[in-house]
Write a protein that binds this ligand. Structure first.
Ligand SMILES: [Ca+2]
Ligand SMILES: [Ca+2]
Length: 164
């Protein structure tokens, strides 16, 4: 009897875990998405950082970011996700870039002091956040350090339509 229960729990738990992870990411998207459309890019980035920093040690580890990447992919593939095709394409492209370069390689390139933790300053090193919403800031070539970003993207630079 007990073994049946344990087996049933083992068989059911991955599905539950996935549902929970999708719900958690949906909460993140629903909180950060509308905020970032309106609020200052500084506030948007700080809020997202705090929400992703699960153990609240003011830094993101490769483990936390791997989980975020996996939750994003799960959420993208979930039936209930109501994204526009542009949003879905942007996320698919972002996942492709992350997976092609490799999350660990990207992590290392941002971890300037090599302590295996990304603090807020390291994570936002290539972007000058200010009072404007993020959507405006990313289109301002003066606010983005494109030479630095191109270096992180490595061989992908040629494959992507990036500003000079
Ligand atoms: Ca953390
Ligand atoms: Ca660091």
């Amino acid at each position: 009897m007990r073994w049946t229960v344990v087996l049933a729990a083992l068989m059911v738990s991955p599905a539950i875990a996935n549902e929970e992870r999708i719900a958690r990411f949906a909460f993140l998207a629903e909180t950060v998405g509308p905020l970032c459309a309106q609020a200052a890019s500084e506030v948007c980035a700080e809020t997202a950082f705090v929400l992703v920093d699960e153990n609240q040690d003011e830094a993101l580890t490769l483990e936390e970011l791997t989980e975020l990447r996996n939750d994003l992919a799960l959420w993208l593939n979930a039936d209930e996700t109501s994204l526009t095709s542009t949003e879905a394409n942007t996320i698919t492209l972002a996942l492709w870039i992350i997976d092609t370069i490799g999350l660990a390689t990207l992590f290392e390139s941002y971890d300037a002091d090599a302590d295996d933790r990304l603090d807020f300053a390291e994570l936002t090193a290539d972007i000058e956040l200010d009072e404007r919403p993020l959507g405006v800031v990313v289109l301002d070539s003066d606010a983005i350090d494109w030479p630095s970003l191109r270096e992180r993207l490595g061989v992908l630079t040629q494959a992507l339509p990036l500003p000079q």
